[in-house]
Design a protein around this ligand. Structure first.
Ligand code: DGJ
Length: 344
């Protein structure tokens, strides 16, 4: 389809002007710009449904997994998958882990939150972890699923608590440069962030569990959610939010020399108006940007809309490091990848 035809088909006449129904700019697939907080449409013209998401970069393609909230809060659809080669234009690849692929209690009235995928080069499997819950967040288990393809379908292998009976809620995965992988999540009813090294297949915690060696209570009793880990120049960083439900709050950037700590609590890396609300977003992922002369990181956050979760928006911002100031996140109404320098 020609660009013009596509735009017409996608969002009607207003799209030709790059205007959304609010009359403000929105992120269109062909736009090659990010518009944080605006409606973001896929290549079919539908608003992207990948909330609480994360990105896997595999064989030259970015895969964005997230919660499909088309039918609201509960797990009616499952975890979606979108693909892109440029981070602006996203094609819907369908449902990667279907709601029907998890036990009944986590469907319908249950939830499937914050799905993330990493690739295991040894087993050649794509491994998806997500937070599954039911009965008012009283189950709080890790759902682990695998697939031979990045787009799925994923098959659920297990649902369990990685450590004892402690809750598994807001979560992420982190694949280190040495090939080891970790799940990082809010445990102890959200009071404490755990970091747990995974087994060789990435399908469960490394056994036997040894606190301080295979897993740690990384940030104890600080009530942090939405963990988004990344590594810069050999140092580990963890972006988290506070715990105020769907409402945005102040972020905190912790850091450590080793993934299993000790972790040092840091400040809010956001700067400028609305910094104390993380620009009205909650962290979900930090993506390293490579292949550009400066490099850097891309912050991915969710601007939740509790009264209409399907219309929750994405806040993607450049997250840059400066030797004097450290990492700082600042608001950009519109931006593009040239902020990270020229393509190499
Ligand atoms: C905050 C969490 O970060 C979200 O993933 C979601 O679980 C909401 N709480 C629900 O209130």
């Amino acid at each position: 389809m020609q660009r013009r035809d596509f735009l017409k088909a996608a969002v009607g006449g207003a799209a030709l002007l790059g205007l959304g129904d609010t009359g403000r700019a929105q992120t269109l697939p062909s736009d090659r710009k990010f518009h944080p907080g605006e409606v973001w449409r896929d290549t079919d013209g539908k608003p992207i449904q990948a909330h609480g998401g994360g990105i896997l970069y595999h064989a030259g393609v970015f895969y964005w997994y997230g919660e499909d909230k088309t039918q609201g809060y509960n797990n009616k659809v499952g975890a979606s998958c979108y693909s892109s080669r440029d981070l602006y234009t996203w094609k819907h690849e369908g449902t990667a882990l279907a709601a029907s692929a998890v036990p009944k209690q986590f469907q319908d009235t249950g939830v499937l939150e914050r799905p993330k995928v990493i690739y295991n080069a040894k087993t050649r499997k794509f491994v998806l972890w997500a937070h599954l819950d039911a009965n008012g967040y009283s189950e709080s288990v890790a759902g682990v699923a695998i697939s031979d393809s990045p787009t799925g379908p994923f098959t659920l292998l297990s649902h369990s608590h990685p450590i004892g009976t402690s809750t598994y809620r807001d979560m992420n995965l982190f694949l280190d440069t040495d090939g080891s992988a970790y799940s990082i999540y809010s445990a102890e009813d959200n009071a404490t962030i755990y970091i747990v090294r995974l087994n060789e297949e990435f399908t469960g915690p490394e056994m036997p569990l040894v606190e301080g060696k295979t897993w740690v209570r990384a940030i104890p009793r600080h009530w942090r959610e939405a963990p988004a880990p990344f590594k810069h120049k050999g140092r580990y960083y963890l972006f988290t939010s506070g715990t105020s439900g769907w409402d945005p709050n102040a972020a905190m950037l912790a850091s450590a020399d080793h993934i299993l700590g000790p972790w040092i609590l840091g400040d809010n890396p956001c700067v400028g108006p609305d910094a104390e609300k993380t620009f009205h977003s909650q962290s979900t992922f930090v993506l390293p940007i490579t292949g550009r002369s400066h490099g850097g990181f891309l912050y991915m956050g969710d601007r939740w809309k509790p009264q209409d979760l399907a219309d929750s928006r994405y806040v993607w911002l450049p997250f840059e490091f400066d030797a004097n100031t450290g990492f700082q996140l600042t608001w950009h109404e519109t931006w593009d990848l040239s902020i990270f320098g020229k393509p190499l």
